[in-house]
Design a protein around this ligand. Sequence first.
Ligand SMILES: [Zn+2]
Ligand SMILES: [Zn+2]
Length: 295
Amino acid sequence: MDVTGTLPEDLEAELKAELDAMDAARGAAGVSDDYLRFCEQVAYAHTRARAAIRSAVSRQPVPKNVEAGSRLTLDEVSLDEAVLMTLLEDIARASRGEDQVDQVRALATAARQEPGLLTRLTAAATLGDDARPLQEAARRLGFPPHALLFMARLLARPFLVEARLRRGEAAELDVRSSDTRNGRCPTCGSSAGLAVLRAEDGARRLCCLGCDEAWLAPRLMCASCGTRDQAELATLCVSEGDPRWLEVCDACRRYLKTIDEARLAGYTIVPMAEDACTLHLDMIAEKEGYVRSAL
Ligand SMILES: [Zn+2]
Ligand SMILES: [Zn+2]
């Protein structure tokens, strides 16, 4: 699939970085080629959607008085049913062979029959506090609410990333000394998807896979429940010295994949690619009875 040549320069560069990072991980422990191929196709689909979002919303005024580091509003996110539909169809094509292919197709069929469905679901899955549209749709479509939530989050990603970028550059948010904030993304409210230990000082940066926000958070704290009780916190690794491992919490039984930038000199960390290439860590965590932080 060739989408280059029609994309804004920054999107093309981001896509290339993500694909290169996934390529570098090919053949690594426990990462199947099929799964990486699916993630690559999703990366292409997200990029195409972001280009479409830019042309759709460029005519709309930029919301005023928005503070960097505050939660995005639905107005800023500008969900668009046609872009969502194309993205879903792209994901359906990419899902061939994946377990969830029937569910993706069922959702696409339902969305064709019910205009506005994808906008409602995506809104509920990302910024809405009302989970009822999701629960109701999951019941109607006959699949588990968490599967629908996962899909809606996948659909929301390009809109959230673009909405965050429209706010412009801002200083990195630092909540290391705050007691009130935990591992939820300040911009879109998703749970942190990954943690990266910064090369220069080991500071812990939490990364959101929903909108690509990153923020500095306390090092020794569960990003899920916020406990700082060291007796509850542990690490699981595949081998000593591996730059990627799991941080787990026995208080809430959640885990967070962590990457040590210092051990990856000269390598650019792309969170979405890292997430795809560390599926083996998710499997280890699940085998040990830990679950990923709620999306
Ligand atoms: Zn976010
Ligand atoms: Zn916890």
